[in-house]
Design a protein around this ligand. Structure first.
Ligand SMILES: Nc1ncnc2c1ncn2[C@@H]1O[C@H](COP(=O)(O)OP(=O)(O)OP(=O)(O)O)[C@@H](O)[C@H]1O
Length: 385
């Protein structure tokens, strides 16, 4: 008996209710072969005793058929990682870095940027997750070509969907097509927390998080739940967009999130027939804003028809056409972001202690009551005032 034989025998044992086996799921741990004795652990999140018993019986039988004499199977729940560290609260501690992608307003290309930056980081050898936290308009599944894929559920956890070398999860993958939800503050907070806690993200170098547009409950909840390593702002060059982007940068400052840079999207237009670049909305107009916030424009991404078709058809330009001008600019931006992340970590990393709710234990923070509202007016003891 060897570890390889044990693994190969156990790869015939399916996780009850699924078409995948317990080895592929990564549940088999600590295989020890000692003479006639073979033991191993199966870590599952399901608390149903019949699931544990079925795995035990089938694993024992599989190993006996493979020639093992004495078999000991330990089925147990995985140890939940600690949720706080020297860097404050972190409800997804298996993720090393979090990149929050924000924009002041909708439609500026935040999701397109998140998808292409995530793929560029993966192409540079990082283990990457992409969380579509844009609950109002979850477009990432379509852009990643997985709009028809439903995620697998494991106990009370959900496995991320894999595409283009990265892990992905989105509200769009969890809801029926065309469904809409009306989000209240408390629901937004719960959804963000569940995306971090109840999705079985692997050990990731970085989780890229596509936020809803604006600055609200989702951004605050994220910053309070995990130490956000860096923030990226996406803007278009028009003045009205810049006004909103300034708010997004100001939010990073208020939440103590270091700024990794600004991506100026729809900055110029590259004609597909001639390859000539034209200025349309005003290129480089975000530079003074970048200076104001002590950061820089890390990419000017032109309007390119293949970026739009790539998004609509689920074929991100950085993956399918890496030699295109836009893909090269996304790659350069991803390099710059990673350098910033490494620098931040080399200087001690980030800490979200200072943005934790100040309400007493058992009293929930209230996002809707104004600071000046009296306790009675704001619902009695919610802590807002
Ligand atoms: N540089 C670009 N060139 C061509 N089309 C682009 C470019 N950037 C974005 N688009 C297209 O513009 C549309 C909006 O982009 P996207 O969905 O990424 O914006 P968003 O800021 O995430 O929007 P929302 O916040 O409303 O979800 C998409 O159809 C996308 O393909």
């Amino acid at each position: 008996m060897t570890e390889e034989i044990v693994k190969s025998a156990l790869s015939k044992v399916m996780y009850p209710g699924f078409t995948k086996d317990i080895v592929t799921f990564g549940f088999v741990k600590d295989i020890v072969v000692n003479g006639n004795d073979t033991s191993f652990t199966v870590e599952i999140t399901s608390s149903a005793p019949e699931v544990a018993q079925q795995i035990k019986d089938e694993a024992t039988e599989a190993l006996k058929s493979a020639g093992a004499a004495n078999v000991t199977v330990n089925v147990k729940a995985p140890q939940m990682p600690r949720e706080s560290s020297s860097h404050g609260k972190n409800i997804a501690p298996q993720v090393k870095n979090f990149l929050m992608v924000s924009s002041g307003k909708g439609g500026v290309g935040k999701s397109t940027t998140s998808v292409n930056i995530a793929i560029a980081l993966a192409a540079q050898g990082k283990k990457v997750g992409l969380l579509d936290a844009d609950i109002y308009g979850p477009n990432v599944p379509r852009m990643m070509g997985v709009s028809d894929v439903k995620p697998e559920v494991n106990g009370n956890k959900v496995l991320p969907i894999k595409a283009y070398g990265i892990e992905m999860m989105s509200m769009g993958s969890l809801m029926e097509d065309g469904q809409s939800l009306i989000w209240r503050g408390a629901m937004i907070m719960k959804a963000i927390e569940q995306f971090l806690r109840d999705i079985l993200w692997s050990e990731l170098d970085v989780l890229v998080i596509d936020m809803p547009p604006g600055t609200g409950d989702a951004q605050l909840t994220l910053a309070q739940s995990v130490p956000v390593t860096a923030g990226l702002t996406v803007t278009t060059p028009q003045g009205v967009s810049l006004d909103d982007s300034r708010r997004s940068l100001d939010m990073f400052k208020k939440l103590n999130i270091p700024i990794a840079g600004i991506i100026e999207n729809m900055s110029g237009f590259i004609a597909p027939d001639t390859g000539v670049e034209y200025d349309i909305f005003g290129k480089g107009t975000s530079t003074p804003m970048a200076k104001e916030f002590d950061t820089q424009i890390i990419a000017e991404i032109p309007i390119e028809p293949s970026i739009r078709t790539g998004g609509d058809e689920g074929k991100p330009i950085t993956f399918v056409d890496p030699s295109s001008e836009s893909a090269k600019r996304y790659m350069k931006a991803a390099e710059s972001i990673w350098n910033t992340i490494e620098e931040i970590n080399a200087n001690g990393g980030v800490d979200n202690q200072s943005v934790q709710p100040t309400t007493p234990p058992g009293v929930s923070a209230c996002s809707t009551g104004g600071a000046s509202a009296s306790k009675e007016q704001s619902g009695g003891g919610c802590g807002c005032s």
